[in-house]
Design a protein around this ligand. Structure first.
Ligand code: 26M
Length: 824
């Protein structure tokens, strides 16, 4: 019914076509006679955009008038992928657009694929933020995202001679989805010094002065909800020299170069997304990015609040700020600075407001990933914030001392300041102390958060401050867009697409698990999706794979803890077994394609060698005449969101095989199962809850449990372990040069044989191999397999990011939806 009244919509195909043509001819100044797919994309996007803008403005106006409590999601990453397909879907115009484009002589798929990904993120954390924006809008929550407008997103990955090569991702040449707001700017200060004085009443005042100023310019992008008129806002900050083009004083004084250099230094802040997703390297520019973005966003939020003329104590009733990991933690001292130094509040009131406003989401318990900034660096760049951090710490430690007078050794453990050389600010502790709620992203992970990294804080604040919100994914992109035929099949049984707004409705398709027609179509869809990936693999990688094979897929950032090495060692083991078999025995083998994909952080040597090994193994295996189609190994270049939309629906098995206790949640595991694939996985992250939902029969779990990891590592440390014999054979094969020069792989092998096997590859190897065998057998019974996949799909409702967002709204933000009015 919402569609009837939506101003978003085109009434007819003709109207849509006319608008596309108008934009091509006028906005783009191009003739229809040489209109290529790129122009068709641009015209379509601009036509669609006009409709989005109407509801975007309307939503923002409605929110301004109603002035409800709003959510601000602070994330340095939003891995949005493409916008056009999503916009077409969310304004409810798929049919009109498809037909209209066909009449203009284009296939919608080709037009959509002209768009570049908005790749403003590394992986899971960034994609989660993007799914959350979709759900927030769909559920009508008044919410804004805040991030940086990077000129370069995550690098493009090329594989040259089997090695990763990074290519810059300059993506802004044509971006119809962003709207520069040159009138919305904020001056951001760096460096300088703090002057203290007492005012007439004797109150101490701090002034941060003589710093360097950089301008933040807002760029907005519309975020349309599905099946609703609500269109929220994503605000990206771009850095600019504060004096505009260049410094005229310097310019006129003949210092032309200096004035340009200033400008470039300012613009560097928002130039590039850092491509690390685990190791914290403590680079000054990264800290500048963090502060620049936090300060601009907070200024904007406070400016909006002040328009309402409410008392400061109302701030936490109007504003909920969620910190996506510790990257935005400087927002805490920044809000304190605004309240104390600029607004003149007293400490206690300012602190209470701050704590009530923030919530912090933790995404990792791995120590090397926890951010710590050197005190001298913070002192230099943000002198006032360092003072405030020390003040916060002082108050906090006093509180701890009063609460645990007999445990003085606790003070050093929980201090925000680590007493190292140089001293460092523990950002996670600051985030915990400055927030009213802290959450992990899956049950096991949240338990680990409570019992390991924040153990002391659970005692200090009580257990209620720490909670869990298990991650989710948006079914709009990850079911309907990525797999339209499956979505249509489900809709045909459920009487419409309502399940895309209420994913628990999926449980109703379990009733069709024995329905012949349903099963046939379900299987045909999976085959078509595999065929599509096979075609893509042929076209892009030049490797022929048979879509009747079992498709085994592991796509995610390359990391030792995610254990792509376990997978590729397993592949080598399989290859060796195949080589030993008689031609007779080989005929009984289940053919398999092992797909890999994912980027390595540019400085992560071990991860790069894993990529190299996969490519080298592929070269040998794929060209071995004995093996033929029994085993193929494919490394899919440049894995990203739009490629995930092709890859995810095509799996029979996907791999989520992290060392137990290391993968906070994982979200691609959810995507694969929702699209009719099964999982081989460890008891880690959300795999555990997926098992609870789909049932133990419908997932392949293996490996050691998280509670045993410490002991196992201990055994390795004391040399008290036996390298798995099959794994040893794999290593011997690598060392013998079967996959080319073994030099590059020494580190990989040694980390397991000589350096303690921190990620327990050897301990889990047999269990992994055995489970893969089980999968081969299970797959041969296609009927039973199909039953498993259909059952699993029907039980995935829990993993919608809509459920997630409702949990955040209720438990952490205390915000209500603001539904759009029924009519214009
Ligand atoms: C840190 C310092 C300097 C530069 C970059 C970083 C950094 C960037 C991204 C650190 C971590 C980053 O992301 C981590 C991440 O993606 N974590 C994943 O979050 C997902 C969503 O909660 C989970 O599903 C994954 O399990 C978790 O690994």
């Amino acid at each position: 019914a919402w569609r009837k009244f939506s101003a978003k919509e085109f009434k007819t195909t003709e109207e849509f076509e006319a608008e596309v043509v108008r934009h091509i001819e006028t906005t783009l100044a191009r003739s229809l006679f040489n209109c290529d797919e790129a122009a068709a994309y641009a015209g379509t996007a601009l036509a669609l955009r006009d409709r989005l803008i109407i509801e975007w403005n309307r939503t923002q106006q409605q929110q301004t008038f109603a002035d409800p409590k709003r959510v601000y999601y602070l994330s340095l990453e939003f891995l949005m992928g493409r916008a056009l397909d999503n916009a077409i879907l969310n304004v409810g115009m798929k049919d009109v657009a498809e037909k209209g484009l066909a009449e203009l002589g284009f296939r919608m798929e080709d037009v959509i694929s002209q768009e570049r990904d908005a790749a403003l993120g590394n992986g899971g954390l960034g994609r989660l933020a993007a799914c959350f924006l979709d759900s927030l809008a769909t559920l009508n929550y008044p919410a804004w995202g805040y991030a940086l407008r990077y000129r370069y997103g995550i690098f493009r990955q090329e594989i040259v001679d089997g090695y990763q090569v990074e290519v810059p991702d300059y993506w802004l040449d044509f971006n119809p989805w962003e709207f520069p707001r040159h009138d919305v700017t904020v001056d951001i200060q760096f460096y300088g010094s703090v002057r203290k004085y007492r005012d007439d009443s004797g109150k101490q005042i701090s002034v941060w002065e003589n710093g360097e100023i950089v301008k933040a310019v807002a760029y907005d992008a519309p975020i349309p909800g599905y099946g609703t008129r609500t269109t929220n806002n994503l605000r990206l900050w771009s850095s600019k020299a504060s004096h505009g083009e260049f410094d005229f004083t310097k310019f006129n004084a003949g210092e032309y170069e200096a004035s340009v250099a200033d400008q470039q230094r300012a613009e560097t802040i928002s130039a590039v997304l850092y491509p690390n997703d685990s190791l914290d390297r403590g680079k000054e520019l990264r800290l500048k990015q963090q502060y620049f973005w936090c300060a601009a966003s907070l200024f904007d939020i406070v400016r909006r609040f002040k328009k309402s003329k409410k008392a400061w104590k109302e701030f936490p009733n109007q504003v909920a700020i969620q910190l996506n990991d510790t990257h935005p933690t400087l927002a805490i001292p920044e809000l304190m600075r605004i309240l104390l130094d600029l607004e003149g509040l007293e400490w206690d009131e300012a602190w209470q407001i701050t704590q009530m406003t923030f919530g912090y989401t933790n995404h990792t318990v791995m120590p090397e990933a926890l951010e710590k900034w050197s005190v001298p660096l913070v002192q230099h760049l943000l002198p006032r914030h360092l003072q405030l951090i020390y003040d916060i710490n002082f108050q906090f430690l006093q509180f701890v001392e009063r609460s645990f007078p007999k445990e003085r050794e606790m003070l050093g453990r929980v201090s925000i300041i680590e007493e190292s050389e140089p001293k460092r600010v523990r950002m996670a502790y600051l985030a915990v102390i400055g927030s009213h709620k802290v959450n992990g992203v899956a049950e096991l992970h949240s338990d680990l958060v409570r019992t390991t990294i924040f153990k002391d804080f659970v005692r200090i604040y009580g257990p209620d401050k720490f909670t869990n919100v298990t991650n989710g994914i948006t079914p709009r992109r990850w079911l309907h867009q990525a797999n339209p035929r499956l979505s249509a099949l489900i809709a045909s049984k459920l009487g419409g697409h309502e399940f895309l707004r209420d994913l628990n409705l999926l449980h109703k398709i379990e009733a069709y698990v024995d329905d012949k027609e349903f099963r046939k179509e379900f299987q045909a869809i999976k085959f078509a999706n595999k065929k599509r990936l096979a075609d893509y693999t042929k076209e892009v990688q030049g490797i022929t794979v048979d879509p009747h094979s079992l498709f085994d897929i592991q796509v995610k950032r390359i990391h030792e803890y995610k254990r792509q090495q376990l997978n590729i060692f397993g592949v080598i083991h399989r290859y060796l077994e195949l080589k030993e078999m008689s031609p007779e025995d080989r005929k009984k083998v289940q053919p398999r394609v092992s797909f890999f994909g994912g980027k390595a952080a540019p400085g992560y040597w071990m991860a790069k060698m894993v990529i190299h090994l996969i490519n080298q193994v592929g070269k040998v295996v794929n060209n071995d005449k004995d093996i033929g189609d029994l085993l193929k190994v494919v490394f899919l270049e440049d894995y990203n969101v739009s490629k995930a939309e092709i890859i995810t629906p095509a799996s029979d098995i996907s791999e989520h095989i992290s060392t137990a206790g290391t993968e906070a949640s994982g979200t691609s595991n959810m995507k694969f199962v929702l699209n009719g694939g099964l999982i081989i996985g460890t008891c880690d992250g959300a795999n555990i809850e997926i098992t609870r939902e789909v049932g133990e029969d419908n997932i392949f779990l293996f490996g050691n449990l998280s509670e045993d990891v410490d002991d196992l590592r201990h055994h390795h440390f004391y040399g008290d372990f036996q390298l798995d014999p099959s794994l040893k054979r794999v290593f011997d094969t690598i060392r013998s040069g079967t996959f080319g020069d073994s030099g590059p792989f020494t580190g990989l092998v040694d980390s397991i044989v000589d350096h303690g096997d921190y990620y327990l590859v050897s301990d889990d190897f047999k269990s992994y191999i055995d489970t893969q065998k089980l999968i081969d057998e299970a797959y041969k019974d296609q009927d039973a397999w199909l039953t498993k996949t259909i059952t699993a799909v029907s039980r995935m409702g829990f993993f919608s990011s809509d459920r997630c967002i409702d949990e955040y709204a209720e438990m952490i933000w205390n915000v209500e939806p603001l539904p759009p009015p029924k009519e214009n």
